[in-house]
Design a protein around this ligand. Sequence first.
Ligand code: GSH
Length: 353
Amino acid sequence: MLKLYYSPASPYVRKVMATAHCLGLADRIEKLEAAAHPVQRDARIATFNPLAKVPALQTEDGLALYDSRVICEYLDVLGNGSLFPAEGQARWVALTRQSLADGLLDAALLARYEGTARPAEKQWSGWVEAQMTKIRAALETIEAQAGQFEGTPSDIGLIAIGCALGYLDFRFADFDWRALCPNAAAWFAEFDSTRRWPPPVPAPDGMKSGRRRLATLVRREQRNKQRSRHARDDLLPQRTQRQRTDARRAARRGCAGMSETLVFYSELDPFEQWRGLLAPLLPGVRIVRSCDEVVDPASVRYALVWKPPVGFFARFPNLQLVINLGAGVDSLVGRGDLPDVPSPDCRIRTWRG
Ligand SMILES: N[C@@H](CCC(=O)N[C@@H](CS)C(=O)NCC(=O)O)C(=O)O
């Protein structure tokens, strides 16, 4: 198997997966859990890629390949494809389109990191605006060429452009790139409808009705935890009533003070929408996505998941509750990275949207 350090929200990873799907190689790729971040270095990726970025691929011969351009070209050779035209103008056009799309993504990521990774007091709107200027300029060039694009991605240039436009929809939903690029938008609609790889964020049904049930599960777990802590405290003979009351107050403050984390993983479900719905119902719980946000693994008590990669749960030593974003728990049982059983605090429940 090929092994890919992977984040479902990464547009470069998506480009790699789109390439793999086009070449019929997707089933040969094992996805390895990764949490790439520009500041918090992920040691797992770093042992493999000194830049600690995703995507990074380990080949069946043990070669470490990065970045997405190298990986896509490797896959093309492995799959006897022609997504990288061998010579002539077609080659240089495809490679330059890939660079254009990747450059658009580089600017988009820098703009996004400015808001999500940099402390609020250090953020600089001029920086974000400069990145948006690059994005607009790249879009102008894409628009100028869109009349020549083919509907089904025939080379790496068009795959990269499709993934870049998809990323704008995903992370820059308020930025109306279609207004700037009507021809590219028409091409993208066709590209998007024929894609064979997972989209970053299709909305599932039933989220609104499910959020209350889900929050109830988390709150019940919080209460259970608190009760067992109190029961333990009450057994301590040397504690006075006053000390017990103080300990309970401190525990309650801890709950309200963002000491707990719910970690989200799904390639199919929309994280931002889930977070938006759940955050008001769970004020004491930090809700993060494992792929691109800093996670203090010890603070993770709850996981809301759909088919996380093997090894995902092993990072969270204090996990108490796993909520599956689909019917049944067959996708979870027997995978070996759940917390040790028997554990009084560990259970699996099913939630249906
Ligand atoms: N040029 C690289 C860019 C990869 C990249 O920036 N990936 C992001 C995730 S979308 C990342 O790993 N960021 C962490 C970092 O900047 O250190 C490629 O094409 O693979």
